[in-house]
Structures are given as structure tokens and as C-alpha cells.
Design a protein around this ligand. Structure first.
Ligand code: FES
Length: 865
């Protein structure tokens, strides 16, 4: 028996000494602030706790070594320090998804025992073992720094007398008001920072069972036999499932129905992310043990894992009877041939970009449980109504028998759009009539969800002797892997954004979306645009070198402005691009080695599809209002946007507002994607608020009078069209955001600063705006320098989190975010989406900085430095 102290209480442990402290805390004691982000690899820091006064990783600490130990988690921190750090993480915007936050807080705790106030560099060094995928660390460091300052000021006050006091450690500044534009703290940020707000894996219910999935060993193989006889005998196993157990549709998909929930005997696998069987057992360990006992007999088949080979005649077809070219999207206008003949300068190169893992800190997890007449699903997916529709189809039940509640997730970045484990959890729960949780390990997560597309681009760009861009020709291929996901839409963005932030009179662009036997590619922040902007902006610098043009001026002279048209012919309004260029001009000119790149990114799916949002605002009592909407909170702050909009419109106190996202609200909503949620929901709330204000006026401002009433609001954009549609005034997207970024290198070639100037229309919340841009720049720098999810012959070369190349705090340069507010005609208060554009120009600016530094042109990401 091992006895130890946990958060000041004596606890005994009698189990296997090999079990990790993290497992014990979470599963035996229900202490869930330490999170599991890397499945015991010890590389993410989300499980950091304090053991005997030192920050340690609970996932790497075995119970056998803990006799007599004192373990502290955020739950057991001294209450003043807990309040201080929790509040400062909220006030400074250090919490986006918040999955990493308790780990950072526990890592930071030791700094409060320092003899003197640690410097900012000390803080950065200290938190370096922990990874945050959302924030770029800047606001985490800010929060720790300001907490330490408050703490040390108080300490000095006690040491030197009341005259030296600045303020009490427990005394917090008043929160900024929720008025639009203010740095109002994120919804539930304090609870999230401290680990009190549950993610799906933190939820435990009575009789809960655990599911685990058996993945294909081979990218392409005939499944000859699945033998589960041994697995079924393992004590604790409730049932083994295969594809034959699926009552409804075996095959699902967001756009194209091509993705089997499980592969049946007699069918072939298409990638290593395919599931061949599932197990439900009384514990997760038992379910995983049983997976090893399932024998799958394969006949390994030839796979096609190279996108160039996949488009060649004679290639095997990934999907029988279907071309590997899923879609070819093209735009042509002007006389490109002639423009290239007449050009004074041309730049031609082949550019390639790599596969990228989203690496959201929270891996996929779903909890399904039986409810009268049906099921409830707790999902961290990016669209609860889409989850419901797809799963109802799989189970062959009416949609109204399935209720899906969105649990704020630990990062998505597009990687939680497709169904992952939600379908399996529901299937198992439905067939067993038991609550079932299915969670992926980090390694499983990497093999299952779609990635950022690797894209091959043969780009040619021309300009005249005066430096005016005259023509572009692009042939691109995107490896969309085994399943369509939203791959065609990603490659359509490559086409639609190939002219970047510039006006070009002649265009010949095509992009193929190609099936291979690799892990699927799909949505990821930027959605194809960072790829093509890397190629375009590299070509622009090449033209500048050839023609002796100033790189800033060349961009300014060609930049999109009001009335100019994109590659798709859409005439733009509210274009703040030139203002973003002006904002960085001086710093760019002053720097010895600097790269510059511009970007444009659509808001909304557009392309002839509907962008809409509804909202229901329920007055439960005079002390409680619930905003029901359908968008997923994944760290970006949509719930906060909802609260700020309602407060702005009605003046109602934000502290009485709650947010609910569940299909029971009956407001079907699409996927949280394309940087669109704030614009659409904001407009819907403004609509609802008109009627609320009328009623409030009638009631003399009394909320009590409105108790029991629900007000609906709606915004609909149904007027976009596909590129190439027969119209003189094509509108492909309802809005766009614009940006210019500058990357500055020091004399050793290290990145010393990034300046990110972004036109956000109206900046709804300055702190969240900065956080989105800083986090996206962090992701963009990783994209440029270090991140790469390599595959060979359809297999991952690594499935370790530490090998993904995600930049750590010490590697993150300072980022100066400059906000430009050029009003958008459609966005609420003139706002434009900002979720994705932050990383659109980053890799291109890095590549151009290194060319400026050493004169070497680099055409492949990550850059070869
Ligand atoms: Fe750090 Fe999301 S806020 S991982």
C-alpha cells in the first residue's frame, strides 16, 4: 500500500505500482485539472503537478515511487494564489481553449517561491517544457508576469511596511466592460484556467464504459478475417463490434459519403486511420488490452501514396471505379499566354508544402449515453447539428432521437470537423444501452483525423517593367488522402486565393484534389491559403529582385483596394490591405534582414453555399439569461462574442448571461469553420436584440417582466455564388480579412520579431483579437520552420507528439499585433473573421526574410535552413 498526500489529504493506493499518477488522479480521485495531452509521452506538460515542491509530469510519474509524497494540483493550491493566477490568466487572455492552462499554472507555481521577482526571460525558460497550441505563449507569459508582480509587490509590502504597498495580492483589477471592442475576459476563463470546467474526458457518469478502436495496420489491404474470439473472453470486455453491427449507413462524410465508420471483412482499407473493430469494456485499459487480442487477417494490397503517381493513367484507384482526381477546380480569364510573352519579368518555380498535424492539445473524445427514446452525445466536434445528422444516419434513427451537446473543446483548428469517435461512441452506447466514452490516444489521434494538405504548386508570375503584376499561371495538386473530407473546398481556396492580396488582369489557375492511400487531409486553419500564399509571395520577391523593385512598394502598388476584383472576379468593399502595409512600412524599411508578405482570407464558406446563424435568447429569470446558439467554442471565443454582442445591443449585465450549444435548442447550424461564427452569430444577436429592446422598453427596463420569454434572431447570407457563375457581379464570399506581416531576423539569422498588421473590420475584443493573431503566427512559424508530419508508403514516420516540431516558448519571438479597422459592409459592427488569417502570410514572410538574409531561394516547407 502506498500512502501519500494529495492536496493536503492523506490518500492510500493499493493498485499496480506501474500506474501513472495522472491515471490515479483522474480516474480514481476524479481530480481532473491535470490533463492528458500526449498519452504518457511526457512532452506536452498538460498534466504538470507539484510533487514535493517541484513541477513534475503526472503522466511520467509512477505510483510506486510516491510513498510519502506531497502532491498538489490546482485544486489544492493556496486559495490566494489560485485566485490570483486564475484571474490573471483570464484578464490577460492566456486562456484560449484552456486545455493547457492548469499545467502552465502548476509549472508557474514554483516561480512564486523565488527570492526575487523573476524576469520575463526567467518565466519563458521556466514554462518551456509545456506546450500551448493556441496562444503563442505570449499572453501566458503576460499572465504569469503580472501575477508575480502582484505577488512580489505584496511580499515587499509585508517586508518593508505599508508605504511600499502597490496592491494586495488577492485584490484584482475590475474587469473591463463587455462593450464591443473592450478586452472583456473570455467566458468561463477563470474556471477553465484552473481546470474546473470539464472537457469531455473530464466527464464521468454512472455505469460508464470505455470504448477503444482497432486501426488498420496497412494503408491498403483486404480485410480477410476479423477474429475476436480471444478478445471477447477477456474479463471485463462487454462486446467487440465490427462493421456488421452498424444498423444504418456504414459510410459517412461531410460532403462526399466515402468514409466507412468501420471496414468490414471482405472490404479493403484505404489508410492507416481506418477502424476495423471496436471494443467496449469496463475500463479503458481492458478495452485496449482486448484490441491486442483481436486478430485481423489482411491481404496487403498495393497502395498509392504519392499524389503525382495517383493522377497518372494506370494508377490503382483508391476507391474502386472512381478516379483519383476527386475534383479539378480552375479559373481562367485574360490573355495569359500573351501577358507572359509581353512580361518584363517572370518568376517560375515549383513549390511544395508539407502535411501538418493540428495537434490540438485535447485529443478526440466523445461520451454517449442512453436517454429516454434515444441517446445523448457530449461532443467536442465543430458542429453539433452535423454530428447529429451523420450519426442518426449511421444508427438509422430519426435525428430527434439523438441529442448532441457541445462541450467546449481543447482546440480544433479544423481538425474536429469530420466525425471521429462520436459515431463509434454512439454506436456502442446505442447497441449496449450503456454510457460509453471513447477517447483517442495521441498516436491514434494522429492517424485518424484529417491533416493540412500537402500541396504541390507549379507557379508562374509575370509583371511589366514598372512592377505591375500582369499574369499568373498555377497548376496545383493537393494530396487529400483516403477520404474527401472537405478537401475539394480546401483546394478551391487554393484557386480562389492564388492571386493573394493583389490585382491581376490575366489568370490561368487550376488545382486538382487527389485521393491517395495517405491519412486524409481536410480543414486546417487557413484552409489552403497559407500554401498558395507561400508560393505567390516567394514569386513576388523573385520579381522584385529581377526588376530591382522595392519589395514594400511593389506590394503596395499591386494591392487590392475597394472596387478591385479577386481572382474569382469578386469586387471588394471595405479593403484595409493598404493600411496594413502602411502600418509595417517603417519597421520593414528599418530592418536589416526582413521578409514581408500580404494575405487575404475569406470569411464564411460562400461559394454558393448558405452562411447563416440563428440564436435564441431565453430569459430564465431576472438573474439568468441563456444564449442558445449552434457554434462550437474551441478557444476562439465565440461564446464571449455572443455575450458582448448582446450586452452591446441591450445593455444587459453580462454576468447574468450563460451560453448553451445543444441540438435541443432546435437551431440547426453548420460547421464552425471559415472564420465565420462571430460574423454570423453577431448579426443574429443584433436581430434578436431589436425585439428584446422593444419589449424591455415596454416593461420599463424590467428583466423580471421578460422572464419566461425567448427571443429569436437570424442572419442569412444566401447570395454568394460559385466561381465562374454567370453573373456580372460575382460574390463568392460575404467578407474577407486582410493582412501584412513582417518577419525580422537578427544578424545570426534568428527571428527577432514578427509584426502582424491585420484588418479585422471592427475589433470586437482587442485581447481575443491579439490572442488569435499571436497563436496563428506561432502556428505559421512552425509551418515555416519546423512542423512536418511525415509519411512514407502510407505509414507515419513518427507518431510522437514531441516530433511534430511545435515551437516551444523559448523559440517564440516577440509578436507585435497591429489592428486596422476598415469596416466590412456585412459583419456585425463592421467585423471580419480573424480566426485563420493570422497564419496566412507568416510562412511566406519567413521564407522571404531568409532569402533577404542569405540569398538562398527556398521553395519547400518547412524551409531548409
Ligand atoms: Fe493552450 Fe489551447 S490555450 S492549448
Amino acid at each position: 500500500m502506498i500512502t501519500l498526500s494529495i492536496n493536503g489529504k492523506q490518500v492510500s493506493y493499493r493498485g499496480n505500482g506501474d500506474v501513472s499518477l495522472l491515471h490515479f488522479l483522474r480516474n480514481d480521485l476524479s481530480i481532473t485539472s491535470p490533463k492528458d495531452g500526449c498519452s504518457g509521452e511526457g512532452s506536452c506538460g498538460a498534466c504538470t503537478v507539484e510533487i514535493n515542491g517541484l513541477a513534475k509530469l503526472a503522466c511520467r510519474t509512477k505510483m510506486e515511487g510516491l510513498s510519502g509524497a506531497e502532491v498538489t494540483t490546482t485544486e489544492g493550491m493556496p486559495s490566494e494564489l489560485r485566485l490570483l493566477l486564475g484571474s490573471m490568466f483570464a484578464e490577460k487572455g492566456a486562456v484560449q481553449c484552456g486545455f493547457c492552462s492548469p499545467g502552465f499554472i502548476m509549472r508557474a507555481k514554483k516561480l512564486f517561491a523565488s527570492a526575487t521577482m523573476p524576469s520575463r526571460d526567467d518565466i519563458i525558460r521556466h514554462i518551456n517544457p509545456n506546450i500551448c497550441r493556441c496562444t503563442g505563449y505570449i499572453k501566458i507569459v503576460d499572465a504569469i508576469e503580472v501575477s508575480l508582480k502582484s505577488f512580489f509587490d505584496e511580499k515587499n509590502h509585508k517586508d518593508t511596511g505599508p508605504e511600499a504597498s502597490v496592491k494586495d495580492a488577492g485584490e484584482q483589477p475590475a474587469s473591463p466592460s463587455a462593450t464591443i471592442g473592450n478586452a472583456y475576459p473570455k467566458y468561463q476563463a477563470v474556471d477553465t484556467a484552473l481546470g474546473n470546467r470539464p472537457f469531455v474526458d473530464d466527464m464521468f457518469v454512472e455505469r460508464m464504459h470505455f470504448g477503444a478502436l482497432k486501426f488498420s495496420e496497412h494503408p491498403r489491404a483486404l480485410v480477410k478475417k476479423i477474429d475476436d474470439s480471444e478478445a471477447k473472453q477477456l474479463p471485463g470486455v462487454v462486446r467487440v463490434f465490427t462493421a456488421t453491427d452498424i444498423p444504418g449507413a456504414q459510410v459517412t462524410g461531410l460532403i462526399v459519403q466515402d468514409w466507412p465508420l468501420m471496414i468490414a471483412e471482405g472490404q479493403h482499407t484505404n489508410c492507416i486511420g481506418d477502424v476495423v473493430a471496436g471494443v467496449v469494456a469496463v475500463t479503458e485499459e481492458t478495452a485496449r488490452k482486448a484490441l491486442d487480442l483481436i486478430r485481423v487477417e489482411y491481404e496487403v494490397l498495393e497502395a498509392v501514396t504519392d499524389m503525382h503517381a495517383a493522377v497518372k493513367p494506370g494508377s490503382i484507384n483508391v476507391h474502386a471505379g472512381k478516379s483519383n482526381i476527386l475534383e479539378t477546380c480552375s479559373i481562367r480569364f485574360g490573355d495569359v499566354e500573351d501577358a507572359f510573352k509581353q512580361a518584363a519579368f517572370t518568376s517560375s518555380s515549383v513549390y511544395t508544402t508539407q502535411r501538418i498535424e493540428h495537434a490540438f492539445l485535447e485529443t478526440e473524445c466523445a461520451l454517449a449515453l442512453p436517454e429516454e427514446q434515444g441517446l445523448r452525445l457530449y461532443s467536442q466536434g465543430q458542429g453539433v447539428y452535423v454530428d447529429r445528422k451523420l450519426i442518426a444516419h449511421i444508427l438509422a434513427i430519426d435525428e430527434d432521437r439523438l441529442k448532441v451537446t457541445q462541450v467546449q473543446n481543447g482546440g480544433g483548428f479544423g481538425g474536429k470537423e469530420d466525425l471521429s469517435v462520436q459515431g463509434h461512441a454512439c454506436l456502442f452506447s446505442y447497441l449496449l444501452n450503456l454510457p460509453v466514452k471513447v477517447k483517442l490516444t495521441r498516436q491514434e489521434s494522429m492517424r485518424m483525423h484529417p491533416k493540412r494538405h500537402p500541396v504541390w504548386m507549379d507557379m508562374h508570375l509575370a509583371c511589366d517593367a514598372g512592377g505591375k503584376l500582369t499574369a499568373i499561371r498555377l497548376n496545383a495538386i493537393g494530396d487529400t488522402g483516403a477520404y474527401a473530407s472537405v478537401g475539394t473546398k480546401v483546394m478551391e481556396r487554393v484557386v480562389g486565393h492564388a492571386t493573394g492580396a493583389y490585382t491581376l488582369p490575366s489568370v490561368d489557375i487550376q488545382a486538382h484534389t487527389v485521393y491517395t492511400n495517405n491519412i486524409p487531409s481536410g480543414a486546417m486553419r487557413g484552409f489552403g491559403v497559407p500554401q498558395v500564399v507561400f508560393a505567390l509571395e516567394s514569386c513576388i520577391d523573385d520579381l522584385c529582385r529581377q526588376g530591382g523593385f522595392d519589395r514594400w512598394e511593389f506590394r503596395y502598388n499591386n494591392a487590392l483596394e475597394d472596387g478591385a476584383a479577386t481572382a474569382t472576379g469578386q469586387k471588394l468593399e471595405g479593403v484595409g490591405l493598404k493600411k496594413t502595409l502602411l502600418a509595417v512600412k517603417e519597421d520593414f524599411r528599418k530592418a536589416r534582414h526582413a521578409g514581408i508578405a500580404c494575405g487575404i482570407k475569406n470569411t464564411g464558406v460562400g461559394n454558393g453555399m448558405i452562411d447563416d446563424s440563428e440564436v435564441k435568447i431565453e430569459f430564465v429569470s431576472e438573474k439568468k439569461i441563456i444564449i442558445h446558439h449552434g457554434w462550437t467554442e474551441m478557444g476562439q471565443g465565440i461564446h464571449t462574442m455572443a455575450i458582448q454582442c448582446l450586452h452591446e445591443e441591450t445593455g444587459i449585465e453580462p454576468s447574468i448571461m450563460e451560453v448553451n450549444v445543444s441540438t435541443e435548442s432546435g437551431i440547426p447550424t453548420g460547421m464552425t469553420t471559415s472564420s465565420r461564427a462571430t460574423a454570423l452569430l453577431g448579426n443574429a444577436i443584433i436581430d434578436a436584440a431589436k425585439r428584446i429592446n422593444e419589449e424591455l422598453e415596454r416593461a420599463g427596463g424590467s428583466l423580471k417582466e421578460l422572464t419566461g420569454r425567448t427571443f429569436k434572431g437570424k442572419y442569412l447570407c444566401n447570395w454568394t455564388c460559385k466561381p465562374g457563375a454567370e453573373t456580372d457581379d460575382p460574390k463568392i464570399h460575404f467578407a474577407y480579412g486582410y493582412a501584412t506581416q513582417v518577419v525580422i531576423l537578427d544578424d545570426e539569422g534568428n527571428i527577432s520579431k514578427v509584426i502582424a498588421a491585420h484588418d479585422a473590420g471592427k475589433i470586437m475584443n482587442r485581447m481575443l483579437f491579439e490572442g488569435q493573431i499571436e497563436g496563428a503566427v506561432h502556428m505559421g512559424l512552425g509551418y515555416a520552420l519546423s512542423e512536418n508530419l511525415s509519411m512514407k508508403d502510407g505509414q507515419l514516420l513518427t507518431s510522437k507528439f514531441k516530433d511534430l516540431g511545435i515551437l516551444r516558448a523559448k523559440q517564440m519571438p516577440p509578436v507585435e499585433v497591429i489592428g486596422i479597422e476598415e469596416t466590412d459592409p456585412y459583419g456585425p459592427y463592421g467585423a471580419k473573421g480573424i480566426g485563420e488569417i493570422g497564419m496566412v502570410p507568416t510562412a511566406a514572410a519567413v521564407a522571404n526574410a531568409y532569402y533577404a538574409f542569405d540569398g538562398k531561394k527556398r521553395c519547400n516547407l518547412p524551409l531548409d535552413l
